[in-house]
Design a protein around this ligand. Structure first.
Ligand SMILES: [Zn+2]
Length: 482
């Protein structure tokens, strides 16, 4: 969430012990998995191996312009890569029956404060209990293990609900150990991610963010990248927070990200009333292909042109934007300009559950509501925003976002057998409008099967929930929260 509006509101390892429970992963493959991560001393090494398998006879929504949808289609995966997609593909490795399933790319999430999932549904109904004061107060009491527990809960929820890429927007970098804990949690769950390292909650707007955590990570990134699954970026405060931030405070942060060669992300023009912020960003030469803008709800037509001209991307999060009263995102306007656009969860402190299918549906519905039309935005376009377009907005579309030979194998299979999805009519509408986490049968990240038969194959969910509860109890105790 952007903090410009704050004044308006206040003035372990055991989790992966079951890897291989699906029976797919033999001992030699587990040994291979350990070797896969041998170059990452700070990270766990018990993820399931990347094997070879073929999902056959499924309805395949490739989200690729040329390949389109394939009824009775087959997807062949080997060593983390999509080898073949098509109707007459023979495939190899383990055969997985896809009859009745809808197979599509895993969802691509583009901005999520996973570290504050501990405060799920905690933003209350009074200004003093709103999102910003709540997160600032309790976030300052979190230690590295609290961050780990929170982000691990979010990452497990992501896999369970069909996300294979998340953007962990980490604006509680209280120390290098805090940032490392966020990355460790992402790695343990095995999700593909970007970690954007930011500042510490409670940092005065007159002070530059401590650059030690991001510099330490950048120096040793190879050992944190989980074999290339996680990339590093900077979560930047921008030029505004509770009020304007002085150039001598924000410029060194921005310059450091560029010096380190890292992508930059910031909240800007979040609410309708936060006007002219993008114009100021443009004037100060703080936009570009490496800069992602979060929300940008108040962008005027000239500012939309600036976004297009500079190549910046945008992430909108209608689940939180509608909940907090920012207003409607300008999805159609941005698409019409050709601005790279993704959709995001933002924070479960506001959204409760973090089902990106539901947020994509809200994106489509908010577009239709604005113009009072049933037909403003198609279901297919909403699904594109959650897959290939989201990947493009994160600079990842050469690797993920569609099912195409040569891309990394990040995919999901949806089973429409449950009561909430039964009877398949139009697949794109059905997937957008009805998919819940319980319908996501299979989730594959980089060729590793992390969910199968509706169960998280490599995670101890009750341990994850217990860990998060215990961390929350500690924060509660330290903050004397009754
Ligand atoms: Zn945010």
């Amino acid at each position: 969430m952007c903090e410009i509006c704050r004044r308006d509101f206040i003035g372990g390892a055991a989790a992966l012990g079951a890897a291989g429970a699906s029976g797919l992963f033999s001992s030699p493959l587990k040994a291979q998995a350990a070797r896969d991560n041998a170059g990452s001393p700070g990270l766990p090494s018990r993820l399931p191996s990347r094997g070879e398998f073929t999902i056959a006879n499924a309805y395949v929504m490739t989200m690729d312009g040329a390949l389109g949808d394939i009824a009775g289609g087959t997807v062949h995966v080997r060593n983390g890569e999509i080898v073949a997609v098509g109707k007459d593909v023979i495939g190899g490795g383990e055969k997985i029956d896809g009859v009745g399933m809808i197979v599509m790319p895993g969802l691509v999430e583009t901005h999520w404060h996973m570290w504050n999932t501990l405060f799920r549904s905690f933003a209350g109904d009074k200004p003093e209990e709103g999102y910003f004061p709540t997160v600032a107060r309790f976030g300052q009491q979190m230690g590295p293990d609290d961050i780990f527990q929170s982000t691990r809960l979010a990452a497990a929820e992501a896999i369970n609900s069909g996300m294979t890429f998340v953007h962990s927007w980490f604006h509680n970098a209280r120390s290098t150990a805090h940032a490392e804990a966020d990355i460790r949690a992402l790695a343990e769950v095995g999700i593909r991610a970007r970690h954007s390292c930011g500042w510490a909650q409670g940092l005065p707007d007159t002070q530059s963010a401590d650059q030690a955590p991001i510099e330490s990570l950048a120096r040793n990134w190879k050992s944190w990248s989980n074999d290339g699954l996680i990339t590093l970026g900077m979560g930047w405060r921008g030029q505004f927070r509770a009020g304007p931030i002085k150039p001598e405070v924000y410029q060194p942060e921005f310059d450091n990200a560029r010096k380190l060669g890292l992508p930059i992300t910031l909240h800007v023009a979040s609410a309708r009333k936060a006007v002219n912020q993008i114009g100021l960003l443009y004037k100060a030469n703080l936009m570009g292909k490496d800069v992602q803008l979060i929300h940008a709800l108040s962008a005027n037509p000239a500012e939309l042109d600036m976004i297009k001209e500079t190549g910046s991307s945008v992430s909108v999060s209608p689940g939180s934007e509608l909940r907090i009263g920012y207003g409607y995102p300008q999805i159609s306007e941005m698409l019409a300009k050709g601005i790279p656009l993704g959709v995001s969860i933002d924070t479960s402190a506001l959204t409760g559950s973090s089902n990106l299918f539901g947020v994509l549906k809200l994106a489509r519905d908010s577009e239709n509501a604005r113009v009072e039309s049933e037909f403003r935005m198609t279901a297919r376009k909403a699904l594109e925003l959650g897959t290939i377009e989201g990947a493009r907005s994160m600079g990842m579309d050469n690797q993920i976002g569609s099912l195409k030979p040569g891309k990394r194998a990040d995919l999901i299979a949806i089973s429409p057998d449950a009561l909430n999805m039964a009877v398949v009519t139009d697949p794109a509408h059905l997937v957008l409008e009805a998919t819940g986490p319980e319908n996501v049968d299979t989730v594959v990240v980089d060729g590793r099967i992390l969910k199968r038969g509706g169960k998280l194959a490599a995670l101890d969910t009750s341990g994850i929930v217990a860990g998060a509860r215990s961390a929350l109890a500690g924060v509660r105790e330290r903050t004397k929260w009754r």
